[in-house]
Design a protein around this ligand. Structure first.
Ligand SMILES: Cc1cc2nc3c(=O)[nH]c(=O)nc-3n(C[C@H](O)[C@H](O)[C@H](O)COP(=O)(O)O)c2cc1C
Length: 369
């Protein structure tokens, strides 16, 4: 089993290994959904260029990629289900690798955060039949989220098999690994929290039971592709999409159990999204996990160079996941290393289509040209 290896005073710009994956530096591109894959969910030329441009980050975590057609959360989201999707991702991986970069795929099941007008008229599934409030973007405009159907145990098994198959396909496509998405209110996160999981079977009730499905999914994926290529993302206490986690004792019991179970496998990393990264909860979860911590504060202000460098230098994390700054600066590592000015992200273009606000953020050297 790996142990947290970062020591005080370590620089953001030093190499590090996450399981089987060797990174040239500790600045990781956080998963960023951009909805630019069209109805086929196949990564095309623009997406390949977007990721290619960002290959100098120590590691790219792709946007959330659906693990089955039913699992799709957004219009224009890429998948890893069809042969065409695998071929598209192979081109992405080759482009990143050609520039010396590393890339893992974030694999996700939407759970209740989708609609039949997003996932091709298929079922909407969740641990319990409780709808998330609010509306989501669908092919027919904004619509309320439907009441999901509670998964049977047999259906949960199929979802698990889909995660495994998707992860195998990601490796087949040449990616360096996968990140299982158990954060931000989607299916796996819904299992963890009492507000979205009211089950009375072995997957609900106690913290141990609520953690069970995520343990099973990560264990099965690790068995299929090797634990050294598997990361896990969690966002305890984020209180997002009605997945409320307001009882610190329960959170610690649930996530502590989850990580106690996963620790002996030795997964590549644990990615934690939490406002208080230096605080007791995150550092306790890191201790229970015993491996490499990828940190992201996810606050309303974007991750800055100072915050990222401070986390590594103080040994509060092994690597830092950076979202909006990486979105707006393809050459973020060079800019941070040289303490150069940064492009500002343009949020109005986060979820649009085309090159604008996607592949047209200039690199620093282009600025000067
Ligand atoms: C446009 C956008 C898309 C995002 N998509 C995802 C996603 O697909 N999966 C995920 O786990 N987090 C997603 N996030 C959250 C980011 O990974 C990250 O946690 C957040 O941006 C906060 O970090 P930052 O301050 O460095 O931007 C997204 C955030 C943004 C702004």
């Amino acid at each position: 089993m790996t142990s947290a290896s970062v020591s005080a005073g370590t620089s953001l710009f030093t190499p590090v290994s996450l399981g089987d994956i060797e990174l040239a530096n500790r600045v990781v591109m956080a998963p960023l959904t951009r909805m630019r894959s069209g109805p086929s969910g196949v990564p095309g030329g623009l997406m390949i260029e977007h990721y290619r441009q960002r290959a100098s980050l120590g590691l790219i975590v792709t946007e959330g990629v659906y693990s089955s057609h039913e699992a799709q959360a957004f219009v224009g989201q890429p998948g890893i289900v069809t042969d065409e999707q695998v071929a598209g991702w192979r081109r992405v991986a080759e482009a990143v690798h050609a520039r010396g970069g590393r890339i893992v795929m974030q694999v996700v099941h939407a759970g209740r955060v989708t609609h039949p007008d997003v996932n091709g008229g298929r079922r909407v599934l969740a641990p319990s039949a409780i709808a998330v409030s609010g509306e989501g973007h669908t092919e027919k405009g904004k619509q309320s989220y439907p009441v999901p159907r509670a998964l049977t145990v047999a259906e949960a098994r199929t979802v698990l098999d889909d995660f495994v198959a998707a992860s195998r396909r990601a490796i087949e496509a040449g990616l360096d690994g996968v990140e299982i998405h158990a954060a931000n209110g989607y299916l796996l996160h819904e299992f963890l929290a009492p507000a979205s999981n009211r089950r009375t079977d072995g997957y609900g009730g106690t913290p141990t039971n609520r953690a069970r499905f995520v343990v099973e999914v990560v264990t099965a994926v690790a068995k299929a592709i090797g634990a050294g290529r598997v990361g896990l993302r969690i966002s305890p206490e984020r209180n997002i999409k009605d997945v409320l986690e307001t009882d610190r004792g329960d959170v610690l019991a649930t996530y502590g159990h989850l990580l106690d179970q996963l620790s002996p496998l030795g997964p590549a990393y644990l990615s934690v999204l939490h406002e208080e990264l230096r605080g007791g909860l995150v550092q306790e979860l890191r201790r229970r996990f015993g491996g490499k911590l990828m940190a992201n504060s996810g606050s309303s202000s974007i991750t800055s160079r100072e915050e990222a460098a401070g986390l590594i230098e103080a040994a509060h994390a092994d690597v830092v996941a950076v979202g909006r700054a990486a979105l707006a600066n393809p050459d973020l590592v060079e800019r941070w290393q040289g303490e150069h000015a940064e492009n500002e992200p343009r949020p109005a273009l986060f979820y649009t289509s085309g090159a604008e606000g996607y592949t047209d953020y200039p690199s620093f050297h282009a600025d000067r040209a």
